[in-house]
Design a protein around this ligand. Sequence first.
Ligand SMILES: Nc1ncnc2c1ncn2[C@@H]1O[C@H](COP(=O)(O)OP(=O)(O)O)[C@@H](O)[C@H]1O
Ligand SMILES: [Mg+2]
Length: 219
Amino acid sequence: MTQAAIQVRDLCFQWPTGASVLQFCSLDVPKGEFWMLLGTNGSGKSTLLRLLAGLLQPQSGEIKISGQVGFVFQNPDHQLVMPTVGADVAFGLVEEKLSLAQIQARVHEALTAVNLQLLQRRPIYALSGGQKQRIAIAGAIARQCEILLLDEPTALLDPDTQLDLVAQVRNLVKSRGLTALWVTHRFDELNYCDGAFLLEQGRVVDRGAPEHLKQRLMQ
Ligand SMILES: Nc1ncnc2c1ncn2[C@@H]1O[C@H](COP(=O)(O)OP(=O)(O)O)[C@@H](O)[C@H]1O
Ligand SMILES: [Mg+2]
């Protein structure tokens, strides 16, 4: 059995308003694998990702994550904060005590990983939606994140760019030994994952290979 990079046990979460979102939710993502999280609108996918990232605290249950977490949001305009590509990727490194040369090396390596090394000086406003998502991913790679949490990162992309992004994340997971959990409701993205979870009414009701989930959902 492969070691789990993300382990969730009996997670329960409700908003202060009293609405219960997660009820004894459990899942494991094996290290080095690319898993997806499916579920209807409002089923708690974004809430679960925020709990995994430590942005929210559960009422009960357990989360074990082995490695630094990088988060990629649906809308990159909420994530990219600096005026240029290079500055944005470097911005995530401010809390690490690195020399200028070390920062430059990390930024270059991360941009190369997402094939955007030629865009280092480009203003963020001059990027396409898909390029912006790759910059957000480069930011996580520069911080040496081993775990990527991606919340519907293709929701604002056109279909070609959408599949380019999912293929690139799969390549990064496999070439760098990362672990990724990707929220989607687009069936064509399922072909790229190692497995997927189906979230319903606050718990994981099914999990397995992409074909298994597709069969279940297309019935
Ligand atoms: N900040 C919030 N305060 C109160 N309720 C919220 C908040 N954010 C989301 N919710 C509610 O939590 C439930 C799960 O939302 P969410 O995790 O965003 O679902 P999904 O990402 O699967 O669409 C929904 O009923 C939603 O209305
Ligand atoms: Mg959501």
